[in-house]
Design a protein around this ligand. Structure first.
Ligand SMILES: [Zn+2]
Length: 126
């Protein structure tokens, strides 16, 4: 899966940048509308990370909620599962905000010697 290849390249670039040795864990934000399936991401990661600095790293996937504004009743709600109807008035006049997130939220890096803190990466492209 090319998405994971790109992800691994990004992680390795970051790892080189901070002088880390290997990656312990990666947390991904995967929006409901991103088109990426967490299960598929996990299995692709397991295969593609073999032999890289990410081998054996824990992949955590977070699904941020989608914000929805209803044009009919004005409700503003956050949905954890995608729905085409307003949960308040059952209308279809919904405006979606976000949901297409797909980025590394955080990665934990192992350095040559212990006692180094992990590296945090701030979410971008919100
Ligand atoms: Zn509504």
């Amino acid at each position: 899966m090319s998405l994971i290849s790109a992800l691994l390249r990004g992680v390795e670039a970051k790892l080189a940048e901070v002088g880390g040795k290997r990656v312990r864990s990666i947390r991904l934000a995967v929006g409901l509308l991103s088109g990426a399936e967490p299960d598929l991401l996990e299995s692709a990661f397991a295969v593609l990370s073999e032999g890289t600095a990410c081998e054996g790293a824990q992949l955590m996937i977070r699904r941020p909620p989608v914000r929805v504004r209803c044009g009919a009743c004005g409700a503003e709600v956050e949905l954890l599962e995608l729905s085409l109807r307003c949960p308040k008035c059952n209308g279809f006049d919904l405006e979606l905000e976000g949901g297409d997130e797909l980025f590394i939220e955080e990665m934990e890096v192992e350095f040559g010697e212990p006692q180094h803190p992990g590296v945090r990466e701030d979410p971008e492209g919100q």
